[in-house]
Write a protein that binds this ligand. Structure first.
Ligand SMILES: Cc1cc2nc3c(=O)[nH]c(=O)nc-3n(C[C@H](O)[C@H](O)[C@H](O)COP(=O)(O)OP(=O)(O)OC[C@H]3O[C@@H](n4cnc5c(N)ncnc54)[C@H](O)[C@@H]3O)c2cc1C
Length: 357
């Protein structure tokens, strides 16, 4: 009997599978390898300070150190190089912002993510920088396609990968296990990204999917920093960069749109002084949730069925640490944080409040 059957091999399923293998558990991953999944489209940036107001993101002081250790260890296990730590530069828009950051840097935890507050000469030849800016550390990106391919090869070597679509009504429940076709497992964990909306066990969860679009551009010279103001400019190899991203909660198709391209180009020209040529344009849907926290846990009525999903805009930074927390929970060594639990009281209250407002 298998310990775990995992459905989906995006960032969520891959990382959960690697964590379980590390703990000596027997697993099989079933994945239908769809083309435009969030993990395949995503840029893979990790960044502890996010949003228009640039605040420290949820659990950043735990997630960021954990993720760099995790992916570096996985580079050794999988024999591939997919993690690229890179500083991130955010130019200030006003002198007031510069002043606020000089105070903010002294606040709890921020210092560990700030490399320097720089003046208006920093990268002046590449980006608009009138008031200096902040250079962040513990930032960078994961080459997700490379990571997924390396994980898939590793799973295949361990006879732990099956390509195909999971058919929900073929699950059979027993007192201490489940069977699926010819496989018997202690538990099935769904890591299906946006496909969870079609999963009869979990389609009740309050997802709030959000489309994102990205451009690939060629630059006249290489850059060695991620620029981030309105859009990000992520260097991905010699003279190439990814520009992103947009957020659209209404159009949930994977088709790139002219509107998003125009938005990205307009923001890009406000930031970048270098000429560029657009060579590609992609779109994908993020498995985001109403309260911006992942969905992690076991089904309230079917305890042999679980979910690891809702990673939203931050799969790269959330999945490593939260998968370990989930594995501890699955192996009865720990509890799940209330914020990620499927039926937590706090989440229910939040939903009620949102409905009323
Ligand atoms: C434009 C864009 C930019 C982004 N940028 C970033 C970024 O810079 N940094 C960051 O951290 N995050 C980013 N994200 C978010 C990130 O992509 C997601 O958080 C993450 O990829 C979610 O991974 P997942 O494994 O949950 O889902 P997915 O990537 O959707 O993976 C699900 C997998 O399950 C398989 N599957 C689904 N249903 C079934 C089934 N029934 N049977 C078998 N297989 C099935 C699919 O084929 C797929 O392989 C971005 C997303 C988008 C769209």
């Amino acid at each position: 009997m298998l310990d775990f059957l995992i459905v989906g091999q995006g960032i969520a399923g891959s990382i959960l599978a690697l964590q379980l293998l590390k703990r000596g558990k027997s697993i099989v991953v079933i994945n239908n390898n769809q083309a435009h999944t969030a993990s395949k489209v995503a840029t893979g940036i990790y960044n502890p300070i996010t949003g228009r107001k640039m605040v420290m993101s949820w659990k950043a002081t735990i997630l960021l150190p954990y993720l760099e250790n995790f992916y570096q260890a996985m580079e050794r296990t999988l024999g591939a190089s997919f993690l690229h730590p890179l500083p991130m530069f955010r130019p200030f828009l006003t002198l007031q912002e510069q002043k606020e950051w000089r105070t903010k840097v002294l606040e709890n935890g921020y210092l560990s993510f700030v490399e320097a507050i720089v003046n208006d000469e920093y990268h002046q030849e590449n980006v608009v920088n009138q008031h200096g800016g902040v250079v962040l550390k513990q930032t960078g990106y994961l080459n997700i396609p490379l990571f997924l391919n390396a994980t898939r090869s590793y799973l295949k070597v361990h006879n732990a990968y099956i390509e195909g679509s999971f058919v929900y009504n073929k699950i059979r429940f027993h007192s201490k296990s489940v069977t699926y076709q010819t496989m018997k497992a202690r538990k099935i964990i769904f890591c299906e990204g946006i496909q969870a909306k079609q999963n009869p066990f979990f389609n009740w969860l309050p997802f709030r999917l959000v489309k994102g679009e990205l451009l690939s551009v060629i630059l006249p010279k290489p850059i060695n920093v991620i620029y981030n103001r309105g859009v990000f400019v992520l260097p991905v190899g010699a003279n190439k960069a990814t520009i992103g991203a947009t957020y659209d909660w209404h159009d949930l198709s994977c088709t790139p749109t002219e509107k998003a391209r125009n938005t990205l180009e307009e923001k890009l020209t406000n930031l970048l002084k270098l000429p560029y040529e657009v060579v590609d344009h992609k779109a994908g849907i993020r498995p985001a949730t109403l309260d911006r926290r992942p969905f992690i846990g076991l089904h309230p009525q079917y305890p042999h069925v679980g979910i690891f999903n809702g990673l939203g805009t931050k799969g790269v930074s959330l999945a490593p640490y939260l998968s370990e927390v989930f594995v501890n929970y699955l192996l009865s060594h720990g509890a799940l944080p209330a914020a990620v639990q499927l039926n937590s009281v706090k989440r229910a209250l939040y939903k009620t409040k949102l409905k009323r407002s």
